[in-house]
Design a protein around this ligand. Sequence first.
Ligand SMILES: [Zn+2]
Length: 144
Amino acid sequence: MKSYDPQMHTAEHILNQTMVRMFGCERSFSNHIEKKKSKCDYHFNRPLDLYEELELVKKVNEVISQNLEVKEYFLTLAEASEKFNLSRLPEGSGDEVRIVTVGDYDACPCIGPHVKNSSEIGVFQLVSTSHEDGILRVRFKLSE
Ligand SMILES: [Zn+2]
């Protein structure tokens, strides 16, 4: 079990929802979340240009700066599978699925630790993006 940094991990939720809204892609299918620097991989058919990178950073930070409450609620496995893609939940998570919400902006099933409010995340900074073999990799870090 990976030990997720709550700030980084909550930023990942916001980044994923922002990618979905901006580009109509799926949430990241693979990621590596660490305190200093993280990366998320998306199925994507092209690289991002500089303008899109700037827009992405701007939008993620707009969401963070709204001081959104991060909350959780529980659904049965059957209810959750109707609304969410559960393929990334670990096996044997039980009959209840925890749904984590970031204000009204994002909701997704997750077992990891999160901050209580987006104001705790800090500032989202893009380190770089790259594209290879249909995979867009977004590397990011957080600052105070
Ligand atoms: Zn999470």
